[in-house]
Ligand binder design. Structure first.
Ligand SMILES: Nc1ncnc2c1ncn2[C@@H]1O[C@H](COP(=O)(O)OP(=O)(O)OP(=O)(O)O)[C@@H](O)[C@H]1O
Length: 269
């Protein structure tokens, strides 16, 4: 099982003698192969939460588990995709995808097969020998996703992966990610500022509060997506026009707006 458990998790940062409780008593269970989007005001602790699951940071209190194993460091069972593509600039597309497989000790023939499979899945044919600087932002992010997916991690942790892309490329990438997840389901934790993106991609949307990083809402989208067969609709617009989609979007928007109003009220008091 590769579910993620955040158990009474707290994270306090101390700077210049001042403590800042970024996450406070967080309890969250991301189920095996569930796609969870996390939204919340800037600075509420979304990235911190993801870094804890990645093992790039440790909680001050509580614990994080993936399956039955407590997270203490990064591991091959968890891949991280950041907004910045973080490709090796001196390696080609194929070499970038192959790198992690080589580190895992996979033999050459199997590596070549795996690289070719993901090049095809992410529509990167013809670009195998290109270097990152020769690719558009969208293509670079496709390479980054292919590289993560090729490692077949149980858990995919994505922090604003499409944040730097233009609107059109972003839409294509969202459709591609959904396709990839349908072919090869993973446990995904996806951080975004974009409400529509969260509702379109995720089975479940978690809304975090500003200050103290609590969870203010846990919204089930999967049941509606399944009942209304969103997945069978070809284009993203066909889903976004549905009354249920519009309702989800406005619900999440309102929750985020409430966070802003509360902050303004606190600051004025
Ligand atoms: N290493 C650190 N040392 C001190 N403070 C930190 C550290 N990392 C994060 N913080 C603080 O923790 C808070 C939450 O940061 P985090 O990046 O998790 O928020 P976020 O919700 O992902 O923000 P954004 O949406 O703007 O990316 C911020 O106030 C940030 O300054």
């Amino acid at each position: 099982m590769s579910d993620i458990h955040f158990e009474d998790v707290g994270r306090v940062f101390t700077r210049n003698g001042q403590s800042n409780a970024v996450l406070d008593h967080i309890d969250l269970h991301v189920r095996d192969q569930q796609f969870v989007a996390v939204v919340g005001p800037s600075g509420c602790g979304k990235t911190t939460l993801m870094r804890l699951a990645a093992g790039l940071d440790a909680p001050t209190s509580g614990r994080v588990r993936v399956g039955n194993v407590e997270v203490r460091e990064p591991g091959p069972d968890r891949a991280v995709v950041f907004q910045q593509f973080a490709l090796f600039p001196w390696k080609t597309v194929s070499e970038n995808i192959e790198f992690g497989l080589r580190c895992k000790g996979m033999e050459q023939a199997q590596r070549a097969e795996r690289v070719e499979h993901f090049i095809r899945l992410m529509s990167l044919q013809g670009r195998e020998d290109a270097y990152p600087h020769q690719l558009s932002g969208g293509m670079q992010q496709r390479v980054a996703i292919a590289r993560s997916y090729a490692l077949e991690p149980d858990v995919l942790l994505m922090d604003e992966p499409f944040g730097a892309l233009d609107a059109q490329t972003r839409t294509v990438m969202q459709e591609e990610l959904l396709r990839l997840c349908a072919i090869s389901p993973r446990t995904v934790m996806f951080i975004t500022h974009a409400v529509e993106e969260a509702v379109y991609l995720a089975d479940r949307v978690i809304v975090m509060s500003r200050g103290g990083g609590a969870i203010v809402a846990d919204i089930d989208v999967a049941t509606t997506r399944k009942a209304e067969r969103w997945g069978e609709r070809e284009r993203i617009e066909d889903v976004m026009d549905l009354p249920s989609f519009v309702e989800f979007r406005s619900r999440v928007w309102k929750l985020l707006r409430e966070q802003d109003f509360q902050t303004i009220a606190t600051e004025m008091a």
